[in-house]
Write a protein that binds this ligand. Structure first.
Ligand code: FES
Length: 250
């Protein structure tokens, strides 16, 4: 297949940036979207030009690094896949594909398609951990967890922190991401020690980073490659309210 790519090029956070057009020839339908970029970059470098910068790591839908808008949708046209799992057979010969970085104030562009998502790391550092006693590793069977609860916690734990939720939200809200992390730990016995302080700290950090609030449009969940449910936002709101009420009563 032959395709035309319109790719956002930006030489750093202060650069204005703009689209550049590339013709990519003989693309195999079995290539992943990132492999197609690899081939383009090899050709660009052969011609003495600078390759297109983009983030990637696992290329297996695990790490959440391969964040980009493809034709206006985070991670491209297919539901429940990351960019690295998207194959060129999802497009047609002769297509023009527009590729842009995440657009959110809390995710400044580093270069081209790479954005700085350390704001997510700081939200995690604010409360996304559990305290454990030192000593030997306890037998897993000593902490029985009902299957329905374990399944719900695992659903939340699937969040890979890619930022598609923020990119899709008109408010650039990080509530789906933050709520998945809050929910996962609030559901499990191991997460009870910091349950109340965790939600307060993570929400405060989320606001400090400049993410917007949730107005229930659901765009975040619709584009999430791991199909994280809006129910986690509802749980986080309940956790937050409960934490605030008890800290006010103390
Ligand atoms: S590169 Fe890891 S999820 Fe895509």
């Amino acid at each position: 297949m032959n395709i035309t790519l319109k790719v956002w090029r930006q030489n750093g956070p202060k650069d204005k940036g703009g689209f550049e057009t590339y013709d990519v020839k003989d693309v195999s339908p079995d290539m992943s979207f990132l492999e197609m970029f690899d081939v383009l970059n090899i050709d660009l470098e052969k011609d003495g030009k600078e390759g297109i910068h983009f983030d990637h790591d696992c290329r297996e839908g695990i790490c959440g690094m391969c964040s980009m808008y493809i034709n206006g949708k985070p991670h491209g046209p297919k539901d429940a896949v990351t960019t690295c799992q998207l194959h060129m057979r999802s497009f047609k010969d002769g297509d023009t594909i527009v590729v842009e970085p995440w657009r959110a104030a809390a995710f400044p562009v580093i270069k081209d398609l790479m954005v700085d998502r350390t704001s997510f790391d700081r939200i995690m550092q604010a409360g996304g951990y559990v305290d454990v006693s030192t000593g030997g590793v306890p037998d897993a069977n000593e902490i029985p967890i009902p299957k329905v609860v374990a399944d719900e916690a695992m659903d939340a734990a699937q969040c890979i922190g890619c930022g598609a939720c923020v990119a899709a939200c008109k408010n650039a809200s990080a509530m789906l991401f933050t709520s998945a992390k809050v929910s996962q730990l609030a559901l499990l016995p191991q997460g009870q020690v910091e349950r109340k302080t965790r939600v307060e700290k993570m929400v405060a950090q989320m606001e400090e980073e400049g993410f917007g609030n949730c107005t229930n449009t659901g765009a975040c969940s619709a584009v999430c490659p791991k199909e994280i449910s809006l129910e986690h936002i509802a749980r986080m709101n309940r956790e937050y309210l409960s934490a605030k009420v008890s800290s006010t009563n103390v």
